[in-house]
Design a protein around this ligand. Structure first.
Ligand code: GMT
Length: 406
């Protein structure tokens, strides 16, 4: 089931004059038609796909989202954008409903229905495999395929022995590969022994949406005036080390009045709550669950904790920086590319709870230092990770593929 494409195709404004047109088969030209394939849940890859789709649609390109559910950032009518739900017919024979095949089939149909020029998959596994299959099934060798690697697909899922071969195959078959950090690019090349080009295109935020906007009264409702507010945002997978966040906070709260807001949900939430309760922090650690809009909460915060074990980029850190929230994070994966150590936050070894608590206290007890870091965080987020910086990089990849006819 798909929602209708908005009217006014081709009326979008040009951003940085980087509009790309393709031949319309009648001697004229038209904007590109792009299929965006992603997971719809609160993970960073779905967020990035949605934001990229919005930017492309605003330029006048036709953007078709395919997933099993509407990605949460795409609620409401968006001009030039359509959503196509991928449904898998339930059948008792299937122990595992074949979602990747249903996706490939829907994509193959859409290649013809919408005249797709590009299929942009977010995740090598399973989306890039489905994209390749769709191209073959539709006999559409002209359709270009782009795959953005986000980390989870490559380092956690794709490198497992059961999926390794197909992950590698999907990357080899993609017309272009992009990775969200230099670190992920290098890890991918090494893990899969690939020799091909991987473009590093970082994630981005909309600086208008992600800016410090304090909601009147919210801070007072969350904590007493003298307390500092820390946030932790994740999907509470083991790799995010939610328990470490509580332990870091425990050490901080022994020195200064503070509250910790735990945002998100997932398997480790119970362990984090148990740790908070064991450490006598039940009233100071608030579990707020899944939040569609984190800006008001980030705008009430003084610091974000990102103690992850693995993070190919760390979108939560970037969103916080854009809201003038300095970051205390693990020195791992792409986080050092996002957080400027000693300028917009501090980095420490994974699991070094003591050091992360010490660095947090350094910032939280020195208002001038904190102010400087907060300002630098916003400046870095806007200067390096805004659509103006990042969108042209994706457009360049698209343009190159379309002109070289891959
Ligand atoms: O780990 C998550 O939050 C979910 C995950 C995803 O695949 O949606 O995030 C990955 O992609 C994000 C967007 O590119 C990155 O910001 C995260 O660092 C990355 N997660 C890991 O590498 C563990």
């Amino acid at each position: 089931m798909g929602t209708g494409m908005g009217t006014g195709m081709g009326t979008g404004m040009a951003l940085g004059e980087r509009k790309i047109t393709v031949g319309d088969g009648k001697g004229g030209s038209r904007e590109m038609n792009i299929a965006m394939v992603c997971y719809p849940t609160h993970g960073g890859s779905g967020v990035v796909a949605s934001e990229l789709g919005k930017q492309l649609a605003a330029l006048g390109h036709g953007v078709h989202f395919l997933s099993y559910e509407l990605p949460f950032r795409l609620a409401g009518f968006i001009e030039n954008m359509a959503y196509h739900e991928v449904e898998v017919a339930p059948y008792p024979l299937f122990r595992y409903p074949p979602y990747s095949l249903a996706l490939a089939s829907r994509l193959a149909d859409l290649i013809k229905e919408a005249g797709l020029d590009i299929i942009h998959s977010h995740y090598a596994i399973p989306h890039a495999v489905s994209a390749h299959l769709a191209k073959e099934a539709a006999g559409a060798s002209r359709v270009a395929t782009v795959t953005t690697l986000h980390g989870t697909d490559i380092m956690l899922v794709g490198s497992s022995s059961s999926l390794y071969t197909l992950t590698r195959f999907s990357m080899e078959k993609s017309g272009a590969l992009t990775a969200v950090s230099q670190s992920l690019r290098e890890q991918t090349l090494e893990t899969f022994g690939l020799e091909r080009e991987i473009h590093v295109i970082p994630n981005f935020i909309d600086p208008e949406e992600f800016q410090r906007r304090e909601q009147p009264g919210l801070r007072d409702r969350l904590a007493p005036p003298e307390a500092r507010i820390l946030v932790y945002v994740s999907n509470f997978r083991p790799v995010k080390r939610a328990v470490d966040a509580v332990k870091i906070f425990h050490q901080i709260s022994r020195e200064i009045p503070a509250k910790l807001l735990m945002i998100g949900d997932g398997v480790e939430r119970a362990a984090a709550a148990k740790t908070a309760s064991r450490l006598g922090l039940k009233d100071q650690v608030l579990f707020l669950g899944q939040q569609d809009n984190v800006v008001p909460l980030l705008s009430a915060a003084d610091l974000i904790l990102v103690p992850s074990e693995l993070e190919s980029f760390g979108l939560a850190a970037l969103e916080a920086m854009a809201c003038q929230v300095p970051v205390i994070a693990s020195r791992v994966g792409g986080l050092p590319e996002v957080v400027a150590d000693g300028e917009t936050g501090y980095l420490a070894p994974v699991g070094d709870v003591e050091e992360m608590a010490r660095l947090s206290l350094e910032l939280l007890t020195d208002p001038e230092l904190h102010r400087r870091f907060a300002m630098a965080a916003r400046q870095r987020a806007v200067g390096l990770f805004s659509p103006d910086q990042v969108l042209p990089q994706y457009l360049e990849v698209y343009e190159k593929l379309l002109t070289t006819g891959v």
